[in-house]
Structures are given as structure tokens and as C-alpha cells.
Design a protein around this ligand. Structure first.
Ligand SMILES: NC(=O)C1=CN([C@@H]2O[C@H](COP(=O)(O)OP(=O)(O)OC[C@H]3O[C@@H](n4cnc5c(N)ncnc54)[C@H](O)[C@@H]3O)[C@@H](O)[C@H]2O)[C@@H](O)CC1
Ligand SMILES: [K+]
Length: 499
């Protein structure tokens, strides 16, 4: 699913109005109806509703929602925050219609702000995509009052005061909603880790904006949906055999961190790889053979770390259809030497994670040795070591895009809504996963998944989008079974289902 800029969204609204065609006021009615349907499916009439409206079209939506909820016999009190002398045309139209059936309270200064009580619902329709400057004056006071109230807060389209695709200045006053119900497409702000407080749980509702326009509008930002992922997944041929699904090599583990190797190996096997060889320090040989009997084990000559001096005659690297390196390997000098040799000899895209990334960050000449189209899977701290500190989420997105494009890597920046930056300059945000997955070993599981997908012949961008989605989906299934708090990395592997 595409994520459009504010400017593009405005053009999309306009295009829909002209080409459907539909009168602007009817499009607003559709938006209000979609919000109302979402609301009535979740909240019953026992909870009084206070709707706070601005003077633009976001306020117009609020007035229309107030009318629709009043007609459904919800207990509604409507407020108009009078921060400017002018109202939008569609605001005025909905104002006239609401006045016929209900009263409206005007907020011009602080003493007009009502006390908002527990069990009430506050609907925020003060400012939407038209936000052009930081909030101030009476708007700021109303936002503060809503934020300090015990009510459930629901933002219409976007929280008032939050810019949809650029950074807010420090000390901005922004609604902190429990829910955001947005029209038609997600906004970039909803996917940024530091803005979660200003988004809450977000839902999007379809308001029938032009599909044709969305299809031909260029964007570099995408939000992965289940439908898209279904198209990526390749069905298995009845006559296939284990040779059809590739042979992966994982270089993992060190003394005290063999668990990372086991987690990556099991996830790799659960993700459909045909054959798996795992290279581990000698101390990990029995551990791996015992816990992952399905894998072949290639012990390193070193007892505690990977040194790149195999104990047994090792096959050529070209034997393997995919190579994954990093989980649990540590950063010993011998391991650095192993990584240097591996990167120089590898011909195909690899999966590079954890300490392999830390070693690369400290030895930057290695960046040029990484095969093009390799997948790097840093968490934010590792990515910062690889690049630089960022000043905002949007600054980080720029750094991410440039790094992936310049080096021709696929970079999977892990977190809520993991961002996948590709060599062609696009960024895909993931839609699955939950906070229960913020626990040791989940990244090792992802490395195993991605290595298995590359081994099966998936293109690295497809592998990253599909693998990250299924990793999150398995995490969601695991959280359903045991709750988020008790979730462990191995539960994710056990919950993988590729159909
Ligand atoms: N355009 C369309 O066809 C549709 C628009 N819809 C709604 O319309 C919204 C956008 O409406 P508008 O473009 O009228 O914009 P808003 O309603 O977000 O803003 C209204 C006005 O507030 C002023 N303003 C900006 N920043 C301010 C600040 N910090 N303090 C005080 N005033 C400020 C602006 O000059 C702007 O004209 C969307 O978010 C959505 O809710 C929906 O009805 C769906 C259809
Ligand atoms: K709003």
C-alpha cells in the first residue's frame, strides 16, 4: 500500500472530486460516515461523546460526525474552537445542518473549555492535514485539556498538531490519542517510533478515493499489507525435492552465545530451506547437533569463536545458495578476519546481522566488500554505529535511504514498523509484530528466516518484505497464545506458518 505525502493526498482528494465526480461536501459526508461506522462498531451509547472541531475541513468532518452520532441517539456535545476568523465552506455547510438538530458550544478562551470526565469520549477534529504551523493560543489550551483528561481520545484523520510527514518542532502541543482513525491511506508519521504517543492505535477507513490516481502517483514509501505479501509467496511444486529449495550456510555462535545460532538455524529450517549447514565454534558442535538435528554442522577450528579456519574440509562457498552471518559471533579479532575473508570471497547477496554489523561499523573498509543486494538487519543502535546519530525520525529515514541506495544494500532497520530500505530508494514499512517481540533472540530468528528465503531464490527485496512480515505475523500469533509479556524468540519460530 502506498503512503502519499500531504501534498499528494490533497491532489488525490481533488482528483476524486473532479473525476468520480463527487461534490466536496459529499466526500466529507463519506469520510464522516466511515468514521461513524468505525466508532459505533466499538463504542456504545452509554459513553457521552464530546466532539472538538476546528474551523477547516477536519472541523467539518467533526460536525458531520456529531450530526450522524446524534441521529443514532448517541449523547453528543459539540464544541467549535474559534481560533481564527474564517471557516471553510464545507465546515459552514455542516455547521448549518448540525444547528438544526443540536446545540453547539463555542470555545474562544480558556473558561469556555469544559471539564472532560472519565468514561467520556473526546473526539479530536480540531486540525487535520491542513496543519501549517505549531499550535498556539486557545488551540493549544484545548489540546492540553483533552490530553490531561481521563477520557478516551480519538483523533479524526490525524492528531491535531501532528505534522503528517515532516518533523514537529520541540515542545509542540499535540493531541495524544488512544486511537487515530485516518482516511484512506496511512500517514508517514504513524510509522515513526518517536511519534507513537501522538498516534495511539491507528485504523484506516476506506472513503473511496480514486484508485487510478493512487496507482499512478509515484512514492518512495510503502506499507506492507497481507494482500501484497500473498502475491510474493511462491507455492511449492508437487515434484520439488530438497535440492529445489537451496542450501543455506549460517555462520553463527560463540562460547556463551550458541543460543543465537540455534535460534537462527531453527528459524531457517522452519522457513523452507532445502538444506542447512551451520558453521559454529567447536564448543557449539554438540549443542547444534543435538538441538537442530535437521542441520549439518561444520565446526570451526577454534574452540570458542568463529575464526574461519574450519576443522574439517569445508566445501567451496559457491556450494551455498545463501549465506547468513552474525548471530552470536562476538567481535574477536579472529572473527573479524573470518568476516573479512568471507565478504571478499562471497559472490552472492548475503544476510548480515548483529555482531557482523558491529564489526563492519568498526572496520568501514568492509562496507565495500559486502556483495551488492545483501540484506543488513541492524537495530537502531547498530544502524547508528554504521552511519551517524539522527536528529529526528525523518532525518533517520533520509540516512537509511541514502545508505541503502549508495551501497546498493537492502537495509532492514528493526523496530515497531520495521523499515526496509532498498537499493532503488524505496522504503517499506512492516505492518505486523508487537512489543512482545522486543526480547533477546528475535533478531536471530529473522536472520534465519531471511537466509532461508534467499536460499530458495527469492530476490533480496522480496525476501526482506516477506520475511519481516511473516516474522511479525508469527510474533502476533505467539502473542495471541501466550500474551506479549511471556513471548520468547523460539515461540516465533514455532508459530511460523507459510500459507
Ligand atoms: N479535502 C477533502 O476532500 C477531504 C478532507 N477531509 C478532511 O479535511 C482535513 C484537511 O482539511 P483542511 O485542509 O481544511 O485543513 P485543517 O482542517 O487541518 O486546517 C484548517 C485550517 O487551519 C489553519 N491552521 C493550520 N495550522 C494551524 C495551527 N497550528 N493553528 C491554527 N490554525 C491552523 C490552516 O490555515 C487551515 O486552513 C483532513 O485532515 C480531513 O480530516 C475529509 O473530509 C475527507 C475529504
Ligand atoms: K484531528
Amino acid at each position: 500500500m502506498k503512503i502519499l505525502s500531504v501534498e499528494q493526498t490533497r491532489t488525490l482528494d481533488q482528483y476524486t472530486i473532479e473525476h468520480e465526480p463527487i461534490a466536496p461536501i459529499n466526500l466529507m459526508e463519506r469520510a464522516a460516515q466511515a468514521f461513524t461506522d468505525w466508532y459505533t462498531a466499538r463504542f456504545d451509547k452509554s459513553r457521552p461523546v464530546r466532539i472538538f472541531c476546528g474551523l477547516g475541513n477536519n472541523g467539518g468532518d467533526g460536525l458531520a460526525i456529531a450530526r450522524l452520532l446524534t441521529q443514532l441517539e448517541y449523547s453528543v456535545q459539540t464544541y467549535v474552537v474559534r481560533y481564527a476568523p474564517r471557516e471553510s465552506e464545507d465546515f459552514m455547510h455542516n455547521h448549518r445542518r448540525l444547528k438544526l438538530i443540536s446545540s453547539i458550544t463555542y470555545i474562544e478562551n480558556e473558561r469556555d473549555i469544559p471539564v472532560i470526565r472519565n468514561r467520556e469520549v473526546a473526539i479530536d477534529a480540531i486540525l487535520g492535514l491542513g496543519l501549517s504551523r505549531t499550535t498556539e493560543g486557545i488551540v493549544q489550551s484545548v489540546i492540553d485539556a483533552i490530553n490531561h483528561s481521563p477520557a478516551t481520545v480519538i483523533a479524526v484523520d490525524i492528531a491535531s498538531g501532528l505534522f503528517a510527514d515532516t518533523a514537529n518542532g520541540p515542545n509542540s502541543t499535540i493531541i495524544q490519542p488512544d486511537y487515530t482513525v485516518t482516511f484512506h491511506l496511512p500517514k508517514l508519521a504513524f510509522l515513526q517510533p518517536t511519534l507513537g504517543l501522538y498516534v495511539g492505535e491507528w485504523h484506516w477507513v476506506d472513503i473511496g478515493l480514486s484508485r487510478a490516481f493512487i496507482e499512478r502517483t509515484p512514492t518512495t514509501y510503502f506499507y506492507t499489507t497481507e494482500k501484497e505479501v500473498r502475491h510474493l509467496l511462491r507455492p511449492r511444486n508437487r515434484f520439488s525435492h530438497k535440492g529445489s529449495f537451496g542450501h543455506a550456510l549460517l555462520l553463527v555462535g560463540s562460547y556463551g552465545k550458541m543460543g543465537a545460532g540455534v535460534l537462527a538455524s531453527r528459524a531457517c529450517l522452519r522457513s523452507g530451506v532445502g538444506l542447512l549447514t551451520v558453521q559454529v565454534p567447536r564448543c557449539g558442535y554438540e549443542i547444534l547437533q543435538t538441538t537442530v538435528p535437521e542441520a549439518m554442522c561444520q565446526p570451526d577450528g577454534h574452540l570458542h569463536i568463529l575464526s574461519g579456519q574450519p576443522d574439517l574440509e569445508a566445501p567451496e562457498l559457491s556450494t551455498y545458495s545463501a549465506i547468513g552471518v552474525g548471530p552470536g559471533i562476538g567481535t574477536a579479532p579472529e572473527t573479524l578476519a573470518m568476516l573479512r575473508k568471507l565478504l571478499s570471497e562471497a559472490q552472492k547477496p548475503m544476510v548480515i546481522d548483529a555482531d557482523a554489523i558491529n564489526l563492519i561499523a568498526k572496520n568501514r573498509d568492509l562496507i565495500d566488500k559486502i556483495p551488492k543486494n545483501s540484506i543488513l538487519t541492524p537495530h537502531p543502535k547498530e544502524f547508528e554505529r554504521l552511519t551517524r546519530r539522527w536528529t529526528s525520525d525523518y532525518d533517520k529515514l533520509g540516512i537509511l535511504r541514502d545508505f541503502a541506495q549508495r551501497n546498493r544494500f537492502v537495509v532492514v532497520l528493526k523496530g515497531a514498523h520495521t523499515a526496509i530500505a532498498t537499493p532503488d530508494g524505496t522504503t517499506h514499512f512492516n505492518s505486523t509484530g508487537n512489543p512482545g517481540m522486543s526480547t533477546g533472540g528475535t533478531g536471530d530468528v529473522l536472520t534465519g528466516i531471511l537466509t532461508a528465503l534467499i536460499a530458495q531464490g527469492y530476490d533480496p527485496v522480496e525476501a526482506a518484505v516477506l520475511g519481516v512480515f511473516e516474522h511479525g505475523r508469527a510474533g502476533d500469533r505467539a502473542a495471541q497464545n501466550r500474551g506479549q509479556i511471556g513471548l520468547m524468540a523460539s515461540d516465533i519460530t514455532d508459530s511460523l506458518r507459510w500459507d
